[in-house]
Design a protein around this ligand. Structure first.
Ligand SMILES: [Zn+2]
Length: 455
């Protein structure tokens, strides 16, 4: 009996987890599930501001919204950190195809972000279909020159963790316009990087490589449109008619990261960051990407204040600007942290949707990971169990490069890539309980790290 008691005591001492932590997580959960304001905040952001691509007037309004929401949450200090961002605009666009039957059919399309369009003119050219890069590389120069190349690469539905499927398919969004341009193609169509059983096209970023001379138009089409185009290409020659006004404006625009802070009571110099990104694509409402991450980060501040928690370390909620098509906010935050010699002990990003939380990705050394793993049991009552993945977040990647331990909230990933970067990423597709549970998970993790440090 004595030995068993001793073993239990030793185990308890070594895991830094106390009954008090468990009680505090329950208090945090009750506060957020019963009185949380994150869902109301998300409604205002989505419905009153709407989508908010960096550099746009809507993004400027989102900054004002974020500043106000952070103050209402009760942050000790709220400030705006200047960030210069690119400003890309979409304009009017359409894509028609005419196949063997002679009928002209409109496809559901979106220009890929950061691309140059056709200057609003209609470009007409034969469409050449390939299923992947390998097949493209086997085409002769004649088969590519002045053609519209259609990359029919599918999001791999066999991969259960959809972020793996995204990582696999998204290279077509980044690479296809570059490789096609370097071999003389006129334009590129890709099958949207989408798990969706629907016809929503997905936009998202690309970047023309420095070595690529012609910045050719590139568009994504919905899965049903892609299926139709495949069918037509198999029947015979298909002519595409593409018109797009998309272009990058020459000047950068002054914008801001929005930051709210609660000063640490014992170690104010040690900073724990929690954040999401305030910008979104210029379609839908940027609800799951990443309105949910913003309102969950603000909820951390609100819940701490409502419960009278005085964190030992400084807790900072950051709404980063321009994650989608430049990462300028994350870079500015990292540069400022370096210039001020700030001591960040942990950074957590929530940018994977407002779905039921399942776990945390961790990017840190083995010793620190082991400490976080010891908190696992505290999260089990909230359905959060997977701490096995190596995931952080794009906005906090500059901190990661400075050796700051980083982490990412991992919600259930099955629906995210149906909605991501589409017209369908709207407030109505966020569930209030799932969103709040995510806020409980991030607030709990921020509490534990600010209380115990990360050694
Ligand atoms: Zn995002």
């Amino acid at each position: 009996m004595k030995i068993r008691l001793l073993t239990a005591l030793m185990a308890a001492a070594s895991i830094h987890v106390s009954a008090q932590d468990s009680v505090m997580l329950r208090k945090i959960s009750n506060e957020i599930m019963l009185h949380g304001t994150c869902y109301d905040n998300l409604r205002v952001l989505c419905k009153n501001v709407g989508h908010r691509l960096a550099g746009s007037p809507e993004a400027a309004r989102a900054v004002k919204w974020g500043e106000r929401a952070m103050r209402e949450a009760g942050a000790d200090k709220v400030w705006l950190q200047p960030v210069d961002v690119p400003h890309w605009v979409r304009g009017e666009e359409h894509l028609y195809v005419r196949g063997e039957d002679g009928r002209k059919v409109a496809l559901s399309m979106l220009s890929i972000g950061n691309t140059e369009g056709t200057g609003g003119e209609t470009w007409k050219a034969p469409i050449v279909m390939v299923k992947d890069m390998d097949e493209f590389s086997k085409l002769s120069d004649d088969e590519i020159k002045d053609k519209i190349i259609f990359f029919d690469y599918h999001f791999r539905q066999d991969l259960i963790f959809t972020f793996e499927g995204y990582g696999d398919a998204v290279k077509y969004r980044w690479l296809a316009p570059n490789v096609a341009s370097s071999r003389g193609a006129l334009a590129v169509i890709i099958r949207a990087v989408s798990t969706g059983e629907d016809d929503y096209p997905h936009t998202g970023a690309m970047r023309y490589m420095d070595t690529v001379k012609r910045h050719i138009p590139a568009v994504a089409i919905g899965n049903y449109s892609a299926d139709l185009l495949v069918k037509k290409c198999k029947q015979g020659e298909v002519i595409g008619y593409l018109s797009a006004e998309a272009h990058m404006l020459p000047d950068m625009v002054r914008s801001y990261n929005v930051i709210g802070e609660i000063k640490g009571s014992e170690h104010p110099e040690k900073i724990v960051v929690v954040g999401g990104h305030l910008d979104s694509w210029d379609v839908g409402e940027g609800a799951n990407d990443d309105g949910t991450g913003c309102v969950q980060s603000i909820e951390v501040i609100r819940a701490f204040k409502a419960l009278g928690i005085r964190p030992k370390c400084t807790v900072r909620a950051v709404l980063f600007m321009n994650e989608e098509n430049g990462l300028k906010g994350g870079l500015a935050y990292g540069d400022s942290a370096k210039a001020r010699n700030e001591q960040h002990i942990f950074a957590l990003e929530t940018d994977a949707g407002g779905f039921s939380p399942r776990g945390f990705g961790l990017k840190m050394n083995a010793k620190k990971k082991a400490q976080i793993w010891r908190y696992k049991n505290l999260f089990l009552p909230y359905g959060v169990y997977d701490f096995s993945r190596d995931e952080g977040g794009a906005d906090i990647s500059p901190l990661e490069k400075m050796d700051v331990p980083t982490a990412g909230l991992l919600p259930d990933p099955q629906r995210y890539f149906d909605l991501h970067h589409t017209d369908n990423d709207v407030f109505e597709n966020v569930n209030h309980r799932e969103l709040k549970l995510g806020a409980v998970a991030v607030t709990g993790m921020v509490y534990l790290v600010s209380e115990h440090g990360l050694k």
